[in-house]
Design a protein. Structure first.
Length: 431
C-alpha cells in the first residue's frame, strides 16, 4: 500500500509541475467522461475516475443455510491519459484503489501502465501493461460501462485480463463504411507485470475484427449498453487465438503459481492454447453480445515432479488413485469451452432491462470441475439499471443470478445440496 501511495504521489507531482510550467488550461469537461486539459505546447491530459459501492447476497435453494451477505467497494478507479503535441505518442496509467481486480482472484492496484506510438495513421504499437486483445470481447469494455453488474463467468473462467508486453493494433477501411481491425500480442503470458522471477515462456496471439457497417458512435464498440442509441445498425464480429508457451498458472494470470520439474530439476511446463469468436450488435437502444471460448493444453512428457506451495517437491501425480501425470496437470488448468450471450434494451427514460445466459462445459480433466469455485455450468442473470445521466456518469444497477450447480460446495469447501441464487446491487459514479 505504501508503494502505491508513492507511485500516485509521484504521478500527481509530475502532473502538478507540468500544469504550472506549461500554461495548462481546462479544455473540456463532460460528466462521466473525465476532465480534459491542454498545455500551451499542445499536450493533452485527461483525468478520469469512478467508484462502485456494492452489495451482494447469496442463498442456496435447498440448503438450510443463512444468506451470505457482503458489502464492499467493488471498484475505485483513477486514470490518467495523455498525448504529446504531435499526437504520435500517448500514455495511460490506471489504478484500482479498492484493491480488487476484475474478478475475485485477480487483485492488485496497478491496472494499466502503457505507452503508445502511432506508427502510421492505421497502426499503433504499445508497450507495457494493459487489458490484452486475446481475451473475449467483454474484456474490451471498461467496468463502468458494463451492461450488468459483474462480468460473465466466461470471463472468470478463461480470461487472463491484463498482461505485460507488446501490443499492436490497426484499423483499415475495406470499402464503403466497413472496416477491418487486426490486433497482435506478444507478452510474458503471466498476467500483469512480474516483479520476481518470470516462469515459463512467452505468449503470442492475435485478433481480427470486422465491422461491416462502420465504426460505432463515441467508442460504442468498447461499451456494452447502447447509450448513444445508434441510428443505423452497428455490428462487429471477431476471431481470437493465443498460445502460451510454458504456463505456470491455471489460465495465465499469475507467474509461478503452479510449477513442474523434469528429472534434472529443470522447469517443464504445459502449453496453453485458447481461441474464440465473438460479436457485438447495437441499434436504437438495443444491444447484444455473444462470445465463445475454447481452451486446450499440451503437457510435456518429461515432467517428474511438482512443486508444492511451500517450495518442496513431490513425485506423486495421482488421478483416481493411479499415477497419471498428464491428466493431473490438466486437472489444475482451466480447460474446456463456454459461451456467453447477453442482450438488453435501454429506454429513452434511462431504464435498462438486460438478460444473460452463460454456459461452461469442462473437459474431463479440468479445474472447471472444482466444486467450490466452478462446477456450475449454467448461469442465468436478469438485470434492471437506471442511468442517471445521458452516458455512463452515474447509474444504479440490480441483478439476480440463478446458478445451476452440479455437486457444488460452499465457500468453505463443504458440500451443499441444490443450486445458488445471487442478488446484487451497485451504484456507479464517475468523474
Amino acid at each position: 500500500m505504501k508503494s502505491l501511495k508513492n507511485i500516485i504521489s509521484i504521478l500527481l507531482l509530475l502532473i502538478s509541475v507540468s500544469f504550472h510550467s506549461q500554461n495548462v488550461k481546462v479544455s473540456s469537461y463532460n460528466f462521466g467522461e473525465g476532465l480534459n486539459f491542454t498545455t500551451g505546447e499542445g499536450h493533452e491530459i485527461k483525468i478520469s475516475s469512478y467508484f462502485q459501492p456494492y452489495f451482494e447476497t447469496k442463498q442456496y435453494t435447498e440448503a438450510n443455510l443463512d444468506a451470505a451477505n457482503r458489502f464492499r467497494m467493488r471498484r475505485a478507479r483513477f486514470r490518467i491519459d495523455g498525448e504529446t503535441a504531435n499526437k504520435r505518442f500517448s500514455y495511460r496509467f490506471q489504478f484500482d484503489l479498492s484493491g480488487s481486480g476484475e474478478s475475485d482472484d485477480d487483485t492488485g492496484y496497478l491496472l494499466d501502465a502503457i505507452i503508445n506510438y502511432e506508427l502510421t495513421k492505421q497502426i499503433t504499437v504499445s508497450f507495457g501493461q494493459r487489458a490484452t486483445y486475446t481475451d473475449n470481447r467483454e474484456l474490451f469494455m471498461n467496468s463502468n460501462a458494463l451492461q450488468l453488474i459483474e462480468r460473465s463467468r466466461l470471463t472468470s473462467a478463461f480470461a487472463s485480463i491484463r498482461e505485460f508486453g507488446f501490443f499492436v493494433n490497426g484499423s483499415f477501411k475495406t470499402g464503403g463504411n466497413s472496416a477491418l481491425r487486426p490486433y497482435f500480442v506478444l507478452t510474458n503470458g503471466d498476467g500483469g507485470n512480474v516483479f520476481n522471477k518470470d516462469f515459463g515462456g512467452l505468449k503470442i496471439g492475435g485478433r481480427l475484427d470486422f465491422l461491416p457497417f462502420g465504426t460505432f458512435t463515441n467508442f460504442g464498440q468498447f461499451r456494452q449498453a447502447d447509450v448513444m442509441r445508434e441510428l443505423t445498425p452497428k455490428f462487429v464480429i471477431g476471431a481470437v487465438f493465443s498460445k502460451n508457451y510454458g504456463m505456470s498458472s491455471r489460465r495465465g494470470r499469475e507467474s509461478g503459481a503452479i510449477l513442474y520439474l523434469d528429472a534434472n530439476n529443470e522447469e517443464s511446463l504445459p502449453d496453453f492454447t485458447k481461441f474464440g469468436i465473438d460479436f457485438l450488435f447495437k441499434y436504437r437502444g438495443f444491444s447484444a453480445l455473444g462470445e465463445f471460448v475454447k481452451t486446450a493444453a499440451t503437457v510435456p512428457t518429461d515432467i517428474t515432479q511438482r512443486v508444492r506451495t511451500n517450495g518442496t517437491t513431490a513425485t506423486d501425480f495421482l488421478v483416481n488413485n493411479v499415477q497419471d501425470v498428464e491428466n493431473y496437470v490438466k486437472g489444475r488448468m482451466m480447460l474446456g469451452e463456454g459461451y456467453n450471450f447477453q442482450a438488453g434494451y435501454l429506454f429513452k427514460n434511462g431504464f435498462s432491462i438486460d438478460a444473460r445466459y452463460t454456459y461452461l462445459k469442462a473437459d474431463e480433466y479440468s479445474f472447471l470441475n472444482n466444486a467450490t469455485f466452478y462446477n456450475r455450468p449454467n448461469n442465468y442473470t436478469i438485470g434492471i439499471s437506471k442511468y442517471l445521466a445521458r452516458n455512463y456518469g452515474a447509474k444504479i444497477q440490480t441483478s439476480f443470478t440463478y446458478i445451476d450447480g452440479n455437486d457444488i460446495n460452499d465457500n468453505t469447501g463443504s458440500p451443499i445440496p441444490g443450486n445458488e441464487w445471487i442478488a446484487r446491487v451497485m451504484l456507479t459514479f464517475a468523474l
